[in-house]
Design a binder for this molecule. Structure first.
Ligand code: SAH
Ligand code: SF4
Length: 364
Protein backbone atom coordinates (compact mmCIF):
# COMPACT_ATOMS: atom_id res chain seq x y z
CA UNK A 1 0.00 0.00 0.00
CA UNK A 2 1.14 3.54 -0.79
CA UNK A 3 2.24 5.39 2.35
CA UNK A 4 1.86 8.89 0.91
CA UNK A 5 -1.74 8.69 -0.20
CA UNK A 6 -3.12 10.63 2.73
CA UNK A 7 -1.41 13.90 1.94
CA UNK A 8 -4.18 16.18 0.65
CA UNK A 9 -3.73 19.37 -1.27
CA UNK A 10 -7.02 21.04 -0.37
CA UNK A 11 -7.55 24.59 0.88
CA UNK A 12 -7.92 24.51 4.65
CA UNK A 13 -10.99 26.73 4.45
CA UNK A 14 -12.90 23.86 2.83
CA UNK A 15 -14.89 21.54 5.06
CA UNK A 16 -14.61 17.76 5.01
CA UNK A 17 -18.21 16.52 5.13
CA UNK A 18 -17.02 13.46 7.10
CA UNK A 19 -16.42 15.87 9.98
CA UNK A 20 -20.12 16.72 10.15
CA UNK A 21 -22.93 14.79 11.82
CA UNK A 22 -26.45 15.23 10.48
CA UNK A 23 -27.23 18.40 12.43
CA UNK A 24 -23.86 19.96 11.52
CA UNK A 25 -24.40 19.09 7.86
CA UNK A 26 -27.86 20.62 7.94
CA UNK A 27 -26.42 23.85 9.41
CA UNK A 28 -23.66 23.85 6.79
CA UNK A 29 -26.16 23.46 3.96
CA UNK A 30 -28.28 26.28 5.37
CA UNK A 31 -25.15 28.45 5.44
CA UNK A 32 -24.78 27.70 1.70
CA UNK A 33 -28.37 28.83 1.12
CA UNK A 34 -29.70 25.29 0.66
CA UNK A 35 -33.09 25.23 2.32
CA UNK A 36 -34.53 21.90 1.16
CA UNK A 37 -34.33 19.90 4.38
CA UNK A 38 -34.22 16.49 2.64
CA UNK A 39 -30.95 17.49 0.93
CA UNK A 40 -29.03 16.65 4.14
CA UNK A 41 -30.35 13.08 4.19
CA UNK A 42 -29.71 12.68 0.45
CA UNK A 43 -26.08 13.69 0.83
CA UNK A 44 -25.62 11.43 3.85
CA UNK A 45 -27.03 8.52 1.86
CA UNK A 46 -24.51 9.15 -0.91
CA UNK A 47 -21.68 9.20 1.58
CA UNK A 48 -22.60 6.39 3.98
CA UNK A 49 -24.71 4.04 1.85
CA UNK A 50 -23.02 4.43 -1.53
CA UNK A 51 -19.53 5.37 -0.30
CA UNK A 52 -19.53 8.16 -2.87
CA UNK A 53 -17.00 10.97 -2.45
CA UNK A 54 -17.66 12.74 -5.74
CA UNK A 55 -20.32 15.49 -5.75
CA UNK A 56 -20.69 15.17 -9.54
CA UNK A 57 -22.15 11.69 -9.13
CA UNK A 58 -24.87 12.85 -6.72
CA UNK A 59 -27.45 13.15 -9.49
CA UNK A 60 -30.45 13.83 -7.24
CA UNK A 61 -28.81 16.99 -5.82
CA UNK A 62 -29.32 20.11 -7.94
CA UNK A 63 -26.32 21.20 -10.03
CA UNK A 64 -26.41 24.60 -8.31
CA UNK A 65 -26.05 22.98 -4.88
CA UNK A 66 -23.39 20.57 -6.11
CA UNK A 67 -21.34 23.50 -7.41
CA UNK A 68 -21.61 25.27 -4.07
CA UNK A 69 -20.61 22.08 -2.27
CA UNK A 70 -17.57 21.67 -4.53
CA UNK A 71 -16.44 25.22 -3.77
CA UNK A 72 -16.82 24.98 -0.01
CA UNK A 73 -16.32 21.34 0.88
CA UNK A 74 -14.95 17.91 0.03
CA UNK A 75 -15.37 14.32 1.15
CA UNK A 76 -12.18 12.61 2.19
CA UNK A 77 -11.62 9.44 4.23
CA UNK A 78 -7.90 8.84 4.86
CA UNK A 79 -6.97 5.47 3.37
CA UNK A 80 -5.42 2.49 5.12
CA UNK A 81 -1.72 2.43 4.35
CA UNK A 82 -0.81 -0.96 5.87
CA UNK A 83 -2.66 -4.18 6.46
CA UNK A 84 -1.73 -7.19 8.59
CA UNK A 85 -3.84 -10.35 8.60
CA UNK A 86 -3.72 -12.77 11.54
CA UNK A 87 -4.04 -16.55 11.19
CA UNK A 88 -7.33 -16.24 13.14
CA UNK A 89 -8.83 -13.86 10.54
CA UNK A 90 -8.30 -10.67 12.56
CA UNK A 91 -7.12 -7.79 10.37
CA UNK A 92 -5.15 -4.79 11.60
CA UNK A 93 -5.16 -1.70 9.42
CA UNK A 94 -2.87 1.26 9.87
CA UNK A 95 -3.63 4.72 8.52
CA UNK A 96 -0.51 6.82 8.23
CA UNK A 97 -1.04 10.58 8.23
CA UNK A 98 2.09 12.76 8.33
CA UNK A 99 4.01 9.83 9.82
CA UNK A 100 1.50 9.43 12.65
CA UNK A 101 -0.31 6.12 12.76
CA UNK A 102 -3.95 5.34 13.49
CA UNK A 103 -4.72 1.68 14.19
CA UNK A 104 -8.01 -0.09 13.49
CA UNK A 105 -8.74 -3.78 14.09
CA UNK A 106 -11.39 -5.99 12.45
CA UNK A 107 -12.36 -9.07 14.47
CA UNK A 108 -14.63 -11.56 12.66
CA UNK A 109 -16.57 -14.12 14.70
CA UNK A 110 -19.19 -16.66 13.77
CA UNK A 111 -22.23 -14.53 14.47
CA UNK A 112 -20.83 -11.03 14.47
CA UNK A 113 -17.88 -8.94 13.34
CA UNK A 114 -16.44 -6.20 15.48
CA UNK A 115 -14.45 -3.17 14.42
CA UNK A 116 -12.19 -1.76 17.11
CA UNK A 117 -11.56 1.93 16.41
CA UNK A 118 -9.09 4.46 17.78
CA UNK A 119 -10.09 7.85 19.15
CA UNK A 120 -6.63 9.37 19.70
CA UNK A 121 -3.08 8.81 18.53
CA UNK A 122 -1.35 7.57 21.69
CA UNK A 123 -2.83 8.23 25.13
CA UNK A 124 -1.79 10.48 28.00
CA UNK A 125 -3.11 8.28 30.81
CA UNK A 126 -0.17 5.90 30.93
CA UNK A 127 -1.80 2.84 32.46
CA UNK A 128 1.25 0.72 33.22
CA UNK A 129 -0.07 -2.44 31.56
CA UNK A 130 -0.93 -0.75 28.21
CA UNK A 131 1.39 -0.31 25.24
CA UNK A 132 -0.58 2.70 23.94
CA UNK A 133 -0.10 4.40 27.32
CA UNK A 134 3.66 3.81 27.17
CA UNK A 135 3.77 5.60 23.83
CA UNK A 136 2.46 8.87 25.29
CA UNK A 137 -0.09 11.23 23.75
CA UNK A 138 0.27 12.58 20.23
CA UNK A 139 -3.10 14.07 19.31
CA UNK A 140 -6.88 13.75 19.22
CA UNK A 141 -8.46 12.28 16.11
CA UNK A 142 -10.84 14.44 14.09
CA UNK A 143 -14.43 13.26 13.58
CA UNK A 144 -13.52 12.42 9.97
CA UNK A 145 -10.54 10.33 11.08
CA UNK A 146 -12.72 8.28 13.41
CA UNK A 147 -15.52 7.91 10.84
CA UNK A 148 -12.99 7.10 8.08
CA UNK A 149 -11.84 3.99 9.95
CA UNK A 150 -15.35 2.52 9.54
CA UNK A 151 -15.81 3.90 6.02
CA UNK A 152 -12.55 2.39 4.78
CA UNK A 153 -13.07 -0.89 6.67
CA UNK A 154 -16.48 -1.40 5.03
CA UNK A 155 -15.06 -0.52 1.62
CA UNK A 156 -12.04 -2.80 2.04
CA UNK A 157 -14.15 -5.75 3.22
CA UNK A 158 -16.38 -5.31 0.18
CA UNK A 159 -13.39 -5.19 -2.15
CA UNK A 160 -12.08 -8.40 -0.56
CA UNK A 161 -15.52 -10.04 -0.95
CA UNK A 162 -15.62 -10.64 2.80
CA UNK A 163 -19.31 -11.04 3.54
CA UNK A 164 -19.01 -10.77 7.36
CA UNK A 165 -20.03 -7.13 7.52
CA UNK A 166 -19.33 -5.03 10.60
CA UNK A 167 -22.09 -5.57 13.15
CA UNK A 168 -20.42 -4.06 16.23
CA UNK A 169 -18.12 -1.14 16.89
CA UNK A 170 -15.99 -0.76 20.01
CA UNK A 171 -13.98 2.31 20.98
CA UNK A 172 -11.21 0.14 22.38
CA UNK A 173 -8.38 1.04 20.05
CA UNK A 174 -5.78 3.67 20.78
CA UNK A 175 -6.65 6.49 23.13
CA UNK A 176 -9.12 7.51 25.81
CA UNK A 177 -12.39 8.41 24.04
CA UNK A 178 -13.68 10.60 26.87
CA UNK A 179 -10.62 12.84 26.51
CA UNK A 180 -11.73 13.56 22.93
CA UNK A 181 -15.35 13.88 23.96
CA UNK A 182 -16.86 16.23 21.35
CA UNK A 183 -15.30 14.53 18.34
CA UNK A 184 -16.11 11.05 19.66
CA UNK A 185 -19.75 11.99 20.32
CA UNK A 186 -20.11 13.52 16.87
CA UNK A 187 -18.65 10.36 15.30
CA UNK A 188 -20.98 8.23 17.45
CA UNK A 189 -23.95 10.23 16.16
CA UNK A 190 -22.92 9.36 12.59
CA UNK A 191 -22.43 5.69 13.53
CA UNK A 192 -25.95 5.46 15.03
CA UNK A 193 -27.71 7.68 12.46
CA UNK A 194 -30.06 5.81 10.13
CA UNK A 195 -28.59 7.87 7.29
CA UNK A 196 -25.08 7.20 8.62
CA UNK A 197 -23.76 3.72 9.45
CA UNK A 198 -27.08 2.89 11.09
CA UNK A 199 -25.84 0.64 13.92
CA UNK A 200 -27.89 -0.01 17.02
CA UNK A 201 -26.72 1.70 20.23
CA UNK A 202 -26.55 -1.72 21.87
CA UNK A 203 -23.87 -2.70 19.36
CA UNK A 204 -21.67 0.34 19.79
CA UNK A 205 -19.47 0.37 22.89
CA UNK A 206 -17.35 3.11 24.35
CA UNK A 207 -14.65 1.86 26.70
CA UNK A 208 -13.24 4.30 29.23
CA UNK A 209 -10.68 4.26 31.98
CA UNK A 210 -13.16 6.45 33.84
CA UNK A 211 -12.93 10.21 33.39
CA UNK A 212 -15.84 10.84 35.77
CA UNK A 213 -16.79 14.43 34.79
CA UNK A 214 -16.66 13.56 31.09
CA UNK A 215 -18.85 10.52 31.72
CA UNK A 216 -21.35 12.83 33.44
CA UNK A 217 -21.34 15.05 30.34
CA UNK A 218 -21.69 12.06 28.01
CA UNK A 219 -24.98 11.20 29.73
CA UNK A 220 -26.51 14.38 28.33
CA UNK A 221 -25.00 13.89 24.88
CA UNK A 222 -25.62 10.33 23.71
CA UNK A 223 -26.82 6.88 24.76
CA UNK A 224 -24.45 4.02 23.84
CA UNK A 225 -23.12 0.86 25.49
CA UNK A 226 -20.57 1.57 28.14
CA UNK A 227 -17.52 -0.42 29.25
CA UNK A 228 -15.50 0.66 32.27
CA UNK A 229 -11.83 -0.33 32.49
CA UNK A 230 -11.83 -1.06 36.20
CA UNK A 231 -8.98 -3.62 36.43
CA UNK A 232 -8.77 -3.51 40.23
CA UNK A 233 -11.05 -4.31 43.16
CA UNK A 234 -9.78 -1.43 45.34
CA UNK A 235 -8.07 1.97 45.05
CA UNK A 236 -4.72 0.73 46.39
CA UNK A 237 -4.25 -1.67 43.46
CA UNK A 238 -5.83 0.69 40.93
CA UNK A 239 -3.52 3.55 41.98
CA UNK A 240 -0.62 1.21 41.35
CA UNK A 241 -1.54 0.32 37.77
CA UNK A 242 -3.66 3.28 36.56
CA UNK A 243 -2.32 6.73 37.55
CA UNK A 244 -5.66 8.36 36.58
CA UNK A 245 -7.21 6.67 39.64
CA UNK A 246 -5.53 9.26 41.86
CA UNK A 247 -7.74 11.87 40.18
CA UNK A 248 -10.97 9.90 39.70
CA UNK A 249 -11.10 6.97 42.08
CA UNK A 250 -13.25 3.86 41.90
CA UNK A 251 -16.16 5.31 43.81
CA UNK A 252 -16.25 8.46 41.61
CA UNK A 253 -16.24 6.34 38.45
CA UNK A 254 -18.86 3.86 39.61
CA UNK A 255 -21.10 6.73 40.75
CA UNK A 256 -20.91 8.31 37.30
CA UNK A 257 -21.46 4.92 35.65
CA UNK A 258 -24.57 4.36 37.80
CA UNK A 259 -25.97 7.75 36.79
CA UNK A 260 -25.31 6.90 33.14
CA UNK A 261 -27.08 3.55 33.54
CA UNK A 262 -30.16 5.21 34.97
CA UNK A 263 -30.63 7.29 31.87
CA UNK A 264 -29.51 4.67 29.32
CA UNK A 265 -31.54 2.20 27.26
CA UNK A 266 -28.43 0.82 25.56
CA UNK A 267 -27.15 -0.59 28.86
CA UNK A 268 -30.28 -2.33 30.06
CA UNK A 269 -28.25 -5.54 30.63
CA UNK A 270 -25.83 -3.56 32.82
CA UNK A 271 -22.50 -1.85 32.25
CA UNK A 272 -19.53 -3.95 31.08
CA UNK A 273 -16.71 -4.06 33.60
CA UNK A 274 -13.31 -4.78 32.04
CA UNK A 275 -10.74 -6.44 34.25
CA UNK A 276 -7.30 -7.26 32.91
CA UNK A 277 -5.80 -10.33 34.60
CA UNK A 278 -2.33 -9.53 35.99
CA UNK A 279 -0.43 -12.31 37.71
CA UNK A 280 0.02 -11.64 41.43
CA UNK A 281 -1.36 -8.09 41.18
CA UNK A 282 -5.16 -8.27 41.00
CA UNK A 283 -6.00 -11.94 40.50
CA UNK A 284 -6.25 -13.55 43.96
CA UNK A 285 -9.38 -15.18 45.39
CA UNK A 286 -9.59 -12.29 47.84
CA UNK A 287 -9.49 -9.82 44.93
CA UNK A 288 -12.41 -11.67 43.31
CA UNK A 289 -14.41 -11.46 46.56
CA UNK A 290 -13.61 -7.72 46.85
CA UNK A 291 -14.70 -7.16 43.26
CA UNK A 292 -17.99 -8.95 43.92
CA UNK A 293 -18.65 -6.73 46.94
CA UNK A 294 -17.67 -3.59 45.02
CA UNK A 295 -20.06 -4.38 42.18
CA UNK A 296 -22.89 -5.77 44.28
CA UNK A 297 -25.06 -2.70 43.66
CA UNK A 298 -23.99 -2.03 40.07
CA UNK A 299 -25.91 -3.87 37.32
CA UNK A 300 -22.93 -5.25 35.42
CA UNK A 301 -21.38 -8.00 33.35
CA UNK A 302 -17.71 -8.71 33.87
CA UNK A 303 -15.21 -9.18 31.08
CA UNK A 304 -11.94 -10.77 32.24
CA UNK A 305 -9.14 -9.88 29.80
CA UNK A 306 -6.00 -12.04 29.73
CA UNK A 307 -3.21 -9.46 29.73
CA UNK A 308 -1.29 -9.12 26.45
CA UNK A 309 2.39 -8.55 26.93
CA UNK A 310 4.65 -6.09 25.11
CA UNK A 311 8.35 -5.39 25.31
CA UNK A 312 9.36 -3.37 28.35
CA UNK A 313 6.30 -4.21 30.46
CA UNK A 314 6.91 -5.64 33.90
CA UNK A 315 3.76 -7.76 34.25
CA UNK A 316 2.83 -11.37 33.59
CA UNK A 317 -0.58 -12.60 32.51
CA UNK A 318 -2.41 -14.73 35.10
CA UNK A 319 -2.48 -18.36 34.01
CA UNK A 320 -5.73 -19.72 32.62
CA UNK A 321 -6.32 -21.91 35.70
CA UNK A 322 -6.21 -18.79 37.94
CA UNK A 323 -8.47 -16.87 35.55
CA UNK A 324 -11.04 -19.69 35.67
CA UNK A 325 -11.00 -19.80 39.48
CA UNK A 326 -11.40 -16.00 39.59
CA UNK A 327 -14.29 -16.18 37.13
CA UNK A 328 -16.03 -18.95 39.08
CA UNK A 329 -15.91 -17.04 42.36
CA UNK A 330 -17.72 -14.18 40.65
CA UNK A 331 -20.18 -16.51 38.90
CA UNK A 332 -21.08 -18.12 42.22
CA UNK A 333 -21.97 -14.64 43.46
CA UNK A 334 -24.39 -14.31 40.55
CA UNK A 335 -22.32 -12.27 38.09
CA UNK A 336 -22.26 -12.90 34.37
CA UNK A 337 -18.56 -13.34 33.57
CA UNK A 338 -16.85 -13.70 30.20
CA UNK A 339 -13.20 -14.48 29.61
CA UNK A 340 -12.19 -12.50 26.54
CA UNK A 341 -10.55 -14.45 23.74
CA UNK A 342 -7.27 -13.04 22.59
CA UNK A 343 -7.52 -12.23 18.92
CA UNK A 344 -4.85 -11.08 16.52
CA UNK A 345 -1.94 -11.52 18.94
CA UNK A 346 0.42 -12.64 16.16
CA UNK A 347 0.00 -9.24 14.44
CA UNK A 348 0.00 -7.21 17.69
CA UNK A 349 -3.66 -6.33 17.24
CA UNK A 350 -4.91 -7.54 20.64
CA UNK A 351 -6.14 -5.22 23.42
CA UNK A 352 -3.43 -2.90 24.66
CA UNK A 353 -0.93 -3.88 21.96
CA UNK A 354 -1.79 -1.00 19.64
CA UNK A 355 1.16 1.26 19.27
CA UNK A 356 3.34 2.30 16.42
CA UNK A 357 6.52 2.89 18.36
CA UNK A 358 7.05 -0.02 20.71
CA UNK A 359 8.37 -3.33 19.43
CA UNK A 360 5.88 -5.87 20.67
CA UNK A 361 6.44 -9.52 21.33
CA UNK A 362 4.11 -12.41 21.98
CA UNK A 363 2.81 -13.56 25.33
CA UNK A 364 4.42 -16.51 27.04
N1 SAH B 1 -8.72 4.06 26.86
C1 SAH B 1 -9.86 3.24 26.89
C2 SAH B 1 -10.07 2.44 25.61
C3 SAH B 1 -8.87 1.83 24.97
S1 SAH B 1 -8.10 0.49 25.80
C4 SAH B 1 -9.84 2.35 28.11
O1 SAH B 1 -8.82 2.29 28.78
O2 SAH B 1 -10.87 1.75 28.41
C5 SAH B 1 -9.23 -0.87 25.56
C6 SAH B 1 -9.15 -1.94 26.64
O3 SAH B 1 -7.91 -2.69 26.56
C7 SAH B 1 -9.20 -1.38 28.05
O4 SAH B 1 -10.03 -2.14 28.89
C8 SAH B 1 -7.76 -1.50 28.47
O5 SAH B 1 -7.61 -1.44 29.85
C9 SAH B 1 -7.37 -2.82 27.87
N2 SAH B 1 -5.93 -3.04 27.79
C10 SAH B 1 -4.95 -2.12 27.73
N3 SAH B 1 -3.74 -2.73 27.67
C11 SAH B 1 -3.96 -4.05 27.70
C12 SAH B 1 -3.10 -5.20 27.63
N4 SAH B 1 -1.79 -5.08 27.50
N5 SAH B 1 -3.67 -6.42 27.67
C13 SAH B 1 -5.02 -6.55 27.74
N6 SAH B 1 -5.87 -5.50 27.81
C14 SAH B 1 -5.36 -4.27 27.78
FE1 SF4 C 1 -5.00 4.96 27.65
FE2 SF4 C 1 -6.86 3.03 27.82
FE3 SF4 C 1 -4.25 2.42 27.45
FE4 SF4 C 1 -5.05 3.39 29.80
S1 SF4 C 1 -5.68 1.45 28.88
S2 SF4 C 1 -3.24 4.04 28.65
S3 SF4 C 1 -6.63 4.82 29.17
S4 SF4 C 1 -5.58 3.52 26.03
Amino acid sequence: MNKNINILNISTSKINLLDLNRQDLKNFLISLGEIKSFCTEQIMKWIYTHYCNDFNKMFNISIKTRNKLCKKSYIFAPKFTEEKISHDGTIKWITSINNQKIETVYIPEEKRSTLCVSSQIGCCLQCHFCATGKEGFQRNLKVSEIVAQIWQANKTLKEKNITNRITNIVFMGMGEPLLNLNNVVSALKIILDKYGFSLSKRRVTLSTSGIAPALDKLRNMIDISLAISLHAPNDVIRNLIMPINRKYNISAILNSALKYLKFSNANRGGVTIEYVMLDGINDSNENAQQLATLLSKIPSKINLIPWNSFLGASFLCSNIHRINIFANILRKKGFSVMIRKNRGQDINAACGQLTSNIINHLTK
